[in-house]
Design a protein around this ligand. Structure first.
Ligand code: ATP
Length: 333
């Protein structure tokens, strides 16, 4: 009735906005208005950890004028770049990234509701620059918080206790990057070894020395896979990473056992995380979110058997990038 009244009375002369009553607020700040509004178009790249989401996002951003918004709940924090697997600056290929390493973990947990507020404002800014926002990351609670029209911060959609909201706040093109679990698990274990080779333990040693206060609650980055798993190691050998020559034989044996234990736990927990994330994606799909699946298993299998780089990037291009480009093109037309 109000819309009709506004349309009849003012539409031809005045913009409707200034005469609107204050919008009703629901669930801590979401404006609910019955007036039809233009919804921005966004691309959302989903997938379990390690499935190549960051790479695909940059591949797409080099073809469509876009900016990328991180939706990994650990990568929003500053620090632990290797441990949390942030895309390195040189691999960003000049594409602007948002909500990546921008927040201080010590200032408190970055909640899904906070993510909703920040990402909403970033999307607005990107759309105003006439670019395509690409949301990328494995944290389905963040993606859900951002996209669901009705969002209750206390809601628990992923344990099945609350229904999934299928009304979305944007026009979304969902790309779901999938890799079969056995292939992904093998790849994830290898990725952990690569991260260790790139200096993950040094990074964690520094973090334990300077940032961890055991009396403070276990929030934010302290929950990143790698931090709790190395706790026993760093409690026993605080700050000692490369200092392996001075210790006696017994000490070195203990160190080696604790180190191996930590690495095994990281590998197990990363595989568990991938499984859980895939289950959450399947729940959203099952409830009607229009996720378009791209199977990257063949590219990952080729990478695992150490085929020449050209071979797997060729498969990646043909089986993942090209279909994604087609889907996004169709979506934008
Ligand atoms: P949950 O409600 O279980 O936290 P979620 O959808 O909010 O799930 P996920 O991305 O699945 O978020 O993260 C779950 C947990 O996995 C995190 O709390 C953290 O322990 C770990 N994790 C997620 N992303 C990373 C990362 N980039 N590096 C290290 N650990 C991570």
């Amino acid at each position: 009735i109000f819309y009709k009244y506004c349309s009849n009375k003012f539409h031809s002369l005045n913009p409707i906005e200034p005469i609107l009553p204050k919008p009703k607020m629901e669930y801590g700040g979401t404006a609910i208005s019955r007036l039809p509004r233009r919804r921005d178009k966004i691309v959302v790249i989903m997938g379990a950890t390690g499935t190549g989401k960051s790479r695909l996002s940059v591949d797409l951003a080099t073809r469509f004028p876009s900016e990328i918004i991180n939706s990994d709940k650990m990568q929003v924090y500053r620090g632990l770049d290797i441990t949390t697997n942030k895309i390195p600056f040189q691999e960003q290929l000049g594409v602007r990234h948002h909500l990546l390493g921008e927040f201080e973990s010590s200032l408190g947990e970055f909640s899904p509701y906070r993510y909703r507020c920040h990402a909403t404002s970033v999307i607005k800014q990107i759309a105003a620059r006439r670019k395509l926002p690409i949301v990328v990351g494995g944290s389905n609670s963040f993606i859900y918080a951002l996209l669901a029209e009705r969002f209750n911060p206390k809601s628990q959609v992923f344990d099945g206790s609350d229904p999934v909201c299928t009304e979305l706040r944007y026009r979304c093109c969902f790309l779901w990057l999938d890799v079969s679990l056995p292939v992904l698990n093998e790849y994830l274990k290898k990725r952990v070894d690569d991260m260790l080779d790139s200096g993950m333990v040094d990074e964690l040693a520094q973090y334990y020395e300077s940032e961890i206060n055991e009396s403070e609650p276990n929030t934010g980055l302290r929950k990143a896979i790698g931090v709790p798993e190395f706790q026993r190691y760093f409690r026993t050998f605080p700050g000692k990473v490369n200092d392996t020559c001075g210790g006696d034989v017994e000490e070195e044996q203990v160190r080696s056992v604790l180190y191996k234990e930590a690495v095994r736990a990281i590998k197990d927990n990363t595989c568990q995380l991938a499984k859980k994330q895939t289950e959450k994606i399947l729940r959203l799909k099952g409830e009607g979110w229009d996720l378009q699946k791209l199977d990257a298993s063949a590219a990952f299998s080729a990478a695992l058997v150490r085929e020449p780089k050209e071979r797997w990037s060729d498969i990646w291009e043909r089986q993942v990038v090209e279909p994604s480009v087609k889907i996004v093109k169709r979506f934008l037309e």
